[in-house]
Ligand binder design. Structure first.
Ligand SMILES: *Cc1c(COP(=O)(O)O)cnc(C)c1O
Length: 457
């Protein structure tokens, strides 16, 4: 490298201002720490701004004090119970608080996970193991396990079935019915059913399956046909919403067939990604075989995880939130989100271009799911693209699962970062996007594909 370039790099700029970023192989020489930091900082400017991401359920803002707890504990390996016994105790406190929040009948067990996906894999593995034990005890075949759930579940349920060799029995949705209930479930349940999964707060529209109805069905099947089919509730989003907004609705361990529940700490638990929780009704609902024991702590300590090492920060941040907010705090925050979602929904509908999706007044996550009403020269994907282009909002459009695939939905998550005035601004921006589209028509096909492939949750 020529001398004058050295001077330029060292004093006035960085090497990557003049050269492409390392891209395909480990650079032979590294770069100064400040350069590496700036390289990353400048690249990340191209990402969306998390605060404008109304697509994700995942937390994009935490209090400065929580951020400090997180930053100060990233080097603490959560799984090292021997070295960090207090972290392990704090994890157990979180599990006990959640079990209590979900009305577990007595002392029970659970585990911290990387998110609901890991929690669901573990919970469903336990269903499979328990089913096999029951079948073996009765000297019956164990080669054709199946799991029953609706088309309104998150992709992780099908993933579990494929990864762990279980037949998925998926109940199709209907354009006019976007959740499932007992009548949908009954024909699919038999002696090889390891469990039924029901959703509290679907990814698609934020509504809940008829969990109480499905529970009653399973109780009846047990009493009449001797089939003891457990119910797992996927409360990834709803598990931190329903207890505070709809405390009288029974969806949790108050229902006797509900044997396990997962919840994402990083969604409405209000923690940064990744933290999730799996909680069992009783210690008996966790298949013993899946637990590996160690005695690092001087007493027997169980691990039940797919992952092993990870930072302790998010467990500690979850505990921070639980003690910082308490029941009243979570309730106030959820009510605020709900009120802002209601305001946003009202304004969106009042502008005249859209209608809400789902049963009016049904219990729902704090979000607005809506679609175009009447005839338009553009579709929901156009609206999403226009809103992103004009105003930078990330608000996805997507089609619903079969057999409701002809329904296209726009969905805005209303989180702590969407204040009342931002919700009003968003409603105005949506109306403006429609005005622009009325004038110029829909997007080009190429743009439409980009918008479509960019949706995610
Ligand atoms: C987000 C979500 C999941 C997956 O959870 P992660 O925490 O992202 O792994 C599963 N089920 C539902 C209903 C969800 O909303």
């Amino acid at each position: 490298m020529a001398r004058h370039e050295d001077t330029y790099d060292d004093r006035y700029g960085t090497e990557f201002l003049q050269r492409p970023a390392p891209d395909d192989r480990l650079p032979r020489q590294g770069m100064p720490a400040v350069d590496a930091m700036r390289l990353l900082g400048e690249e990340l400017v191209l990402d969306g701004i998390p605060m404008r991401n109304l697509a994700t359920f995942v937390t994009t803002w935490m209090e400065p004090e929580a951020q400090r707890v997180i930053a100060e504990n990233l080097h603490r390996n959560y799984i090292d119970h021997a070295e960090y016994p207090q972290t392990a105790l704090i994890e157990q406190r979180c599990i006990r608080m959640l079990a209590d929040l979900f009305h577990a009948p007595g002392p029970t067990t659970g585990t911290r996970t990387q998110g609901s996906s890991e929690a669901i894999m573990l919970g469903a593995l336990s269903l499979k193991w328990k089913w096999r034990q029951r079948r073996e005890a009765a000297r019956q075949s164990t080669d054709r396990p199946n799991l029953v759930f609706g088309g309104d579940v998150h992709v992780v349920w099908e993933k579990f079935c494929r990864y762990f060799d279980v037949e998925p029995r998926i109940i199709p949705l209907r354009p006019d019915r976007l959740t499932i209930g007992p009548d949908d479930v009954e024909p699919h349940v038999d002696e090889n059913t390891i469990g039924v999964a029901a959703v509290l707060g679907t990814t698609f529209t934020g509504h809940a399956d008829d969990i109480a109805g499905i529970n009653d069905l399973l109780v009846r099947l047990r009493d009449e046909r001797g089939l003891d089919v457990p119910l797992h509730v996927d409360g990834a989003s709803g598990g931190f919403v329903w207890p505070f907004l709809y405390p009288d609705t029974k969806w949790d361990f108050r229902l006797e067939q509900v044997r396990s529940i997962n919840v994402s700490g990083h969604k409405y638990g209000l923690v940064y990604p990744g933290i999730g929780w799996l909680v069992f009704r009783t210690t008996d609902d966790l298949a013993e075989d899946l637990v590996f024991y160690e005695n690092y702590l001087g007493k027997r300590d169980a691990t039940f995880t797919l992952n092993f090492s990870t930072n302790a920060s998010m467990v500690l941040a979850q505990y921070y939130n639980l003690v910082r907010y308490g029941h009243a705090g979570y309730q106030a925050i959820m009510r605020t989100m709900q009120a802002n979602a209601a305001e946003l929904a009202e304004r969106i509908v009042a502008a005249g271009d859209f209608e809400l999706v789902g049963e009016p007044g049904a219990e729902q996550l704090p979000l607005v799911a809506f679609r175009l009403a009447g005839e338009h020269a553009y579709d929901e994907f156009d609206v999403a693209g226009q809103l992103a282009g004009e105003h930078g909002w990330m608000l996805p459009a997507y089609s619903l699962p079969p057999n409701a695939q002809d329904v296209t939905v726009l969905r805005a998550l209303v989180k702590q970062t969407l204040s009342r005035s931002l919700a009003d601004t968003l409603a105005d921006d949506l109306a403006h996007a429609c005005t622009t589209l009325d004038a110029k028509g829909g997007l080009h096909e190429r743009e439409r594909r980009r918008v479509k492939s960019g949706t995610g949750y």
